[in-house]
Every structure is written in C-alpha cells, then in structure tokens.
Design a protein around this ligand. Structure first.
Ligand code: 4NP
Length: 163
C-alpha cells in the first residue's frame, strides 16, 4: 500500500498467489539486507479477482521458505487504477499482466507499468513463467528469476535515492 516512504514498488501477476507474492517477499528481504527497508514500501497485486483475500499458494510458500522468505502474512488483492499513482514502480511478471495493467491505467496515471525482467534481469527470460499449473521446479525458477531481478532493482533504487 502507499506509505510515507520515499519510494514504492508494486509487483503484479495474474492471481497474486504465486509470482507477485514471491517477488514481494524476496524484494522486501533484500531491502532489509541493503538497509533500505525504511526508504521503500512494497506491495503486490493480481490483475484478476480469483483469489482476493487468500494466502499465497502453498507451493510458493514452501519454495520461498526453503530460501528464507516467509510469505505467510500476505493476502491477495486485485490491482486497481489508483495503483498507478500510489506506486513509483509497477512491475508486471508477464506480458499478459502488462497488457491487463495498461488496460486499467488511467490516461493521467503517473507510473507506466513495465515488464519486471525486461527492465531488471540479467537472465535471458523476459517474463516470469506462470508456475500455477506446473510442477515444483516452476516455483524454484520463479525464485531464481525474481532474486536476480530484485538485485538489479535494488541497484536502480539506490541510484535513484542518491540522485
Ligand atoms: P500467479 O499464478 O498469477 O503467479 O498468482 C496464478 C494463480 C492462479 C491462477 C493463475 C495463475 N488461476 O488461474 O487461478
């Protein structure tokens, strides 16, 4: 949600129970480790209303916890038009999420949504693949991708805060 911190980041996927909660949990912990937790607020949302109010998928929680990220306090919500004014970064997990966000962004909304990996990853993927209908390795790959891109997003934020 919006806050009085200088910068704010919103991660967005479809259901807000797999990819974006994972990115939210990973990025929040990286902010703590970088000493930036009081500078940057973090949230996540889904473009669909399927899972509003639910905890992250148990497979996402398990995979994340094995790497030290606790997602259990998160609850799914749907992305809304006000998010483009509330957040400085609106980061879509895949191109369908990006199109859905562009469709609800008001013409005078502040922040343009971007593909998280296209902007911040050093890996070859441009999108975080949806793990929902697949096996356990899909959830591991989500973590691999968002950990890498989160490191580069931290660097971008450090530069922005120092500018
Ligand atoms: P997410 O994964 O967008 O990463 O949260 C999904 C979760 C649920 C569904 C699709 C994707 N679903 O169709 O219910």
């Amino acid at each position: 949600m919006s806050s009085s911190k200088p910068l704010s980041v919103l991660f967005v996927c479809l259901g807000n129970i797999c990819r974006s909660p994972t990115a939210h949990g990973v990025f929040e912990q990286k902010l703590v480790r970088a000493g930036l937790a009081d500078q940057v607020s973090v949230d996540s949302a889904g473009t669909a209303a399927y899972h509003i109010g639910k905890q992250p998928d148990s497979r996402s929680q398990k995979a994340a916890l094995e790497r030290g990220y606790d997602l259990s306090t998160q609850r799914a919500r749907q992305a809304i038009s006000e998010d483009f004014d509330r957040f400085d970064y609106v980061l879509a997990m895949d191109s369908e999420n990006l199109r859905n966000l562009q469709a609800i962004k008001p013409a005078n909304g502040k922040t343009d949504p971007v593909l998280f990996l296209q902007k911040y990853s050093t890996m070859s993927e441009l999108e975080v693949p949806d793990p929902y209908y697949g096996g356990a390795q899909g959830f591991e790959y989500v973590l691999d991708l968002v950990e890498d891109a989160s490191d580069h997003l931290i660097e971008d934020i450090q530069k922005r805060l120092q500018a």
